[in-house]
Design a protein around this ligand. Structure first.
Ligand code: BG6
Length: 483
């Protein structure tokens, strides 16, 4: 779709930046905070880059006023951050830790004092350890009950102060990495368990959305999803079908539940036949149907390219790569993992990648916005988008032109999507300050503000504004007029 002139960003557009508690706060044992699963997982040898963890992180817990002063200087309209559940409920449920809440009282008040709209994520992966140990975490409906109670406490306390709420950050990511690929806590590799735990998170999500609207009907609440559109490798209809399968498997499985209140039928049918479908109780249908998110949060980094699955490829003369002894093929035959039957990933020949091998695909961002809006017709808040890179300090400055280029190209595509007709109400760059990358330590930086620390030591933790800081300040000031 060509536009000679692009629409303006709507008035009141929420220009923002984002973070997550474990990645910035530090103060891991301070003021009565209980441990989270990440506090333990990050200490297991070999799990994170050089054993990095969030014990101190960038010490935002003690420096939040300095950080908010920088946000104010930048002109941020909104700041998305997450609350550490185990800071508030050290055991995940039961007794409340007032000191933990006090930190968030101060944080929220400081943001409001500086004219910045707080956007609160209730869950950004740091499940209280006690719930993992006591109930088996998300495999138990008791964890969902505890979550809803925690959400009730938070959403009641900050009534009249916070309007925008995110339930879960990237449910697809913490489910896949946690229960299938063993790269996040609880470190499991069990597809069926992933499907079961995921269903329980769906219930927690739906119940929290319904509860939010009961607490305050003017609340705006939705989940944040790690969304990447699927491309077929080429116009071979088999590959087009593979891309449909990949979208169902990677996106619709979650988004349909959020926005439509039920699982996508074709994929559910496949899971049922393989004995992998979630245990859905009669009352679950109503819980899922009754929840109406006000927006969909989209975290966009990149999509993925796919081709026809390896089993059907085998029947073609040009593809002889897969033989009967391929272990992955065998496991898929046993229906332990459905993915191999649906599609196979492929390299996209058109896209360059970041230093960490992530595809750089600004047009994919427009595609993602279009696809989500076309399918669900809900407003979208981009809750994350950004470039992870190794920044270098030269004479006290960080010249991150590459980040400016990355963000600029994505904002331009977002503006095109808005001109196409997509309702986007906010954009939060990832991230405001540099922070801990869960598996990549402190070397992979995303912030507009450099933090003087590395993987080995906390150094001075001083904040340095990067070139991208001034650039984004101007973007906000001009409401994205001159991209
Ligand atoms: C998103 C998460 O998946 O991607 C963030 O919500 C994360 O918490 C971000 O930091 C970037 O990922 P990574 O692995 O580069 O730190």
């Amino acid at each position: 779709m060509y536009h000679a002139i692009l629409d303006r960003f709507p008035p009141g557009f929420l220009w923002g930046a984002a973070s997550a508690a474990y990645q910035i706060e530090g103060a891991a044992n301070k003021d009565g905070k209980g441990p989270s699963v990440w506090d333990v997982f990050s200490k297991i040898e070999g799990k994170t880059f050089k054993g990095t963890n969030g014990d101190i992180a960038i010490d935002h817990y003690h420096r939040f006023k300095e950080d908010i002063a920088l946000m104010k200087e930048m002109g941020l309209k909104t700041y998305r951050f997450s609350i550490s559940w185990s800071r508030v409920f050290p055991q995940g449920e039961g007794e409340i830790n007032e000191l933990g809440l006090k930190f968030y009282d101060q944080l929220i008040d400081e943001l409001l004092k500086n004219g910045i709209e707080p956007m609160v994520t209730l869950y950004h992966w740091d499940l209280p350890l006690a719930l993992e140990e006591k109930y088996g975490g998300w495999l138990s409906r008791k964890t969902a009950d505890a979550f809803v109670e925690y959400a009730r406490v938070i959403m009641t306390r900050y009534c009249h102060k916070v309007k925008y709420w995110i339930t879960f950050n990237e449910q697809n990511v913490f489910m896949q990495l946690g229960y299938r690929l063993a790269a996040h806590p609880p470190g499991k590799s069990n597809f069926k368990e992933m499907i079961e735990a995921n269903h329980i998170v769906n219930l927690a999500n739906a119940r929290t959305i319904t509860l939010a609207h009961q607490i305050d009907p003017s609340y705006k609440i939705g989940p944040s999803f790690g969304y990447g559109p699927s491309y077929p490798l080429n116009s071979d209809p088999n590959n087009v079908l593979a891309a449909m399968n990949a979208d169902a498997f990677n996106n619709d499985w979650w988004m349909d539940v959020y926005a439509r209140g039920h699982y996508p039928k074709v994929l559910l049918y496949q899971l049922e036949k393989a004995g992998l479908a979630p245990t859905i109780l009669e009352e679950d249908h109503t819980v899922l149907k009754n929840a109406h998110p006000d927006f969909l949060g989209m975290n966009y980094y990149h999509g993925g390219t796919v081709q026809v699955n390896r089993f059907e490829q085998k029947t073609k003369s040009e593809s002889k790569r897969f033989d009967q002894t391929d272990p992955y093929q065998m496991s898929a035959k046993n229906a332990e993992d459905l993915e191999a039957k649906l599609f196979e990933t492929a390299k996209n020949p058109y896209l360059e990648t970041t230093q960490w091998g992530w595809e750089i695909d600004p047009v994919g961002f427009r595609i993602a916005l279009r696809k989500l809006y076309d399918r669900y017709e809900l407003p979208i808040i981009v809750t994350e988008n950004g470039l992870g890179a190794q920044d270098i300090v030269e004479q006290g400055k960080v010249h991150d032109q590459y980040r400016i280029e990355y963000l600029k190209s994505h904002l331009l595509e977002m503006k095109k999507a808005i001109t196409d007709g997509v309702e986007v109400i906010g954009y939060c760059a990832w991230s405001f300050t540099d922070l801990l990358s869960w598996l990549n330590g402190y070397k992979k930086r995303y912030g507009f503000v450099y933090v003087d620390r590395d993987d080995e030591s906390e150094r001075t933790l001083a904040r340095i504004k990067k070139d991208s800081f001034e650039w984004y300040k101007t973007v906000i000031d001009e409401n994205g007029e001159n991209l």
